[in-house]
Design a protein around this ligand. Structure first.
Ligand SMILES: [Cu+2]
Length: 354
């Protein structure tokens, strides 16, 4: 274990020196219920990370997948991704708020795209190369002169969150939701676009019968697609959306608004019964206490759900758990560690309770 952790820290240090913070999805909210995502920047250091709805991936640097990898497995659900250990149950027609971490760079304009793929069995054990993704929304250039106002900017305006609607006529079953921002600030050059896919396991309920056809993740985009090799700085901006066409009846996006969590739930883990709804939240900070039957630990995590200035202060008196982040460039969370661990600076971008 020590050797693995050392390797991860080494790769983080190497990655962090190359790219500034970009981001990942911290959580989703469905009908007021908060589900935590896998956190690549901290869970990788946890010997027993919680089972969550989000897929595990090795984007420890909050980074992206490059166009030269669009034909390979990393584009499916981010780098080295493996299925999330649990899922959330949602009714067809539900709206899901997808919350990104607060550091998304303003310069990183681009489209926001959402797909679903049927798992045909539990998503927790699905082979990602068998997934066939169909596009349920995709929003790109919105308006304005170069570089323009894009869906990514609307996401930032909306408190770094994006609202997605599950098709109301979707057949009940298990699906992977693949949510993605493609940053185009460097896309005028070959291999300059940046894809940030994030995947979540959903169990969709309802009486619909629609299962749209889809394409493999490795066939979504090519490096030379007109919407991938694209200059933001050519006027007028006419953006051809990459990837397959929207499914019948879908619109480019639904009206964006921000969701507020009122309760927190752990993921439903197959064989372990349903997720346990535990603790209520405030609008500024979410404090989650989760006790699972398999691991007798109490985890406290702090995540801001509003867009910023109000959330710069860490929740008063909170201390980061062992293996969690406690400092680094841009970090606004807890800097104190729980008893028995102390904050150790690993590099300018990351300090960890060890
Ligand atoms: Cu960047």
């Amino acid at each position: 274990m020590a050797r693995t952790t050392a390797g991860i820290i080494a790769s983080l240090a190497a990655g962090a020196s190359l790219v500034a913070a970009h981001g990942h999805v911290s959580n989703i909210i469905v009908n007021g219920v908060y589900y935590r995502n896998y956190d690549p920047t901290t869970d990788a250091y946890n010997p027993t990370p919680p089972k969550v709805i989000g897929w595990t991936a090795s984007n420890l640097d909050n980074g992206f997948v490059s166009p030269d990898a669009f034909g390979g497995p990393d584009i499916i659900c981010h780098r080295d991704a493996t299925p999330g250990g649990g899922h959330a149950t949602v009714a067809a027609g539900s709206k899901i708020s997808i919350q990104w971490t607060p550091e998304w760079p303003e310069s990183h304009h681009g489209p926001v795209i959402d797909y679903l793929a049927a798992c045909n069995g539990p998503c927790e054990t699905v082979d990602k190369t068998t997934l066939k993704f169909f596009k349920i929304d995709s929003s790109g250039y919105i308006n304005g002169s170069v570089p323009g106002y894009w869906a990514s900017d609307a996401l930032v305006t909306n408190g770094n969150s994006w609202l997605v609607q599950i098709p109301a006529d979707l057949k009940a079953g298990n699906y992977v939701l693949r949510h993605e921002i493609i940053a185009l600030h460097g896309a005028g050059s070959a291999n300059g676009a940046q894809a940030y896919p994030q995947c979540f396991n959903l169990q969709v309920t309802g009486s619909g019968s629609n299962v749209p056809a889809g394409v493999a993740g490795t066939s979504l985009y090519k490096a030379t697609d007109a919407g991938i090799l694209f200059s933001l700085y050519s006027s007028p901006i006419v953006y051809p959306m990459p990837g397959p066409a929207l499914i019948a009846g879908a619109s480019s996006s639904i009206l964006q608004s921000k969701s507020v969590a009122t309760v927190t739930s752990s993921a439903t883990v197959p064989g372990s019964g349903s997720g346990t709804t535990v603790v209520t939240t405030t609008t500024a900070a979410v404090v989650t206490t989760t006790t699972t039957s398999s691991v007798k630990t109490t985890t406290t995590l702090s995540t801001s759900t509003t867009a910023a200035p109000a959330t710069t202060a860490a929740p008063t008196g909170s201390a980061q758990t062992k293996w969690g982040q406690c400092g680094g460039s841009g970090w606004s969370g807890a800097t104190a560690c729980v008893a028995g661990s102390s904050c150790s600076t690993i590099n300018p971008y990351y300090a960890q309770c060890v």
